[in-house]
Write a new protein. Structure first.
Length: 215
């Protein structure tokens, strides 16, 4: 095991830290540490970085709750970079994405299309409005329009389900899921928050809401 003083920090006293998910091996983010933030990370067992833009220490999850618990820290053969393997409490990216690395620069898109993928696209559209986009239209109209569409799509799911039309029900559920994620992005709710809520309820085996009984 090497000493921190053996690491080769750059002229600004920083060293790149590549954060990796302990469970999947996925690269989560690239950040920078100085000697102080590295010592804090080791002492506290959670990632602490140096923000180059704000010029201050940045403990991951301090405001979001998405803490990264350190499993190990390794350096490369030149002692000029770090890999920080973590177990995390939530998404790594401020967009709500599991990893900060999700935008293609070159090559085929190997990522399977998931609800997380859809959410990232919707969240990006909220920040980067594209003319002519239906998603942009919903964000520009605001929450009342989004809620109106959610009500309409919920009704369509009920009608299709009642009719026993499987294909139509799948189609309408997809519409409902999309509009639900637009509302989530509008309110800053991430898929991880929804997953955590479902996990806490044990909804598969236990009834979580009691219907009001009327005499």
């Amino acid at each position: 095991m090497i000493d921190i003083n053996e690491l080769k920090f750059d002229e600004k006293g920083l060293i790149p830290a590549i954060v990796v998910d302990a469970g999947t091996g996925e690269v989560l983010t690239l950040a920078y540490m100085n000697a102080g933030s590295l010592k804090i990370s080791i002492d506290e067992g959670r990632t602490c970085f140096w923000s180059r833009s704000r010029k201050e220490l940045w403990r991951k999850g301090e405001t979001s709750g998405n803490i990264q618990h350190i499993v190990s820290i390794k350096t490369d053969c030149y002692k000029a970079a770090l890999t920080v393997t973590v177990k995390r409490d939530g998404p790594a990216c401020h967009t709500g994405a599991e990893s900060c690395f999700f935008q293609d620069v070159y090559g085929e898109d190997a990522e399977p299309f998931t609800l997380d993928t859809l959410y990232r696209i919707i969240a990006d559209r909220k920040d980067n409005r594209k003319a002519g986009s239906y998603t942009t239209y919903l964000f520009e109209k605001g929450v009342d329009k989004i809620l109106k569409k959610l009500g309409e799509e919920s009704t369509e799911v009920i009608i299709a389900g009642k009719a026993g039309d499987r294909a139509e029900t799948v189609f309408e559920i997809a519409d409902l899921a999309y509009h639900t994620m637009v509302l989530m992005a509008e309110m800053g709710i991430t898929p991880e928050e929804v997953r955590n809520e479902l996990a806490s309820r044990h909804v598969i085996d236990h009834k979580t809401k009691q219907e009001k009984m009327t005499p």
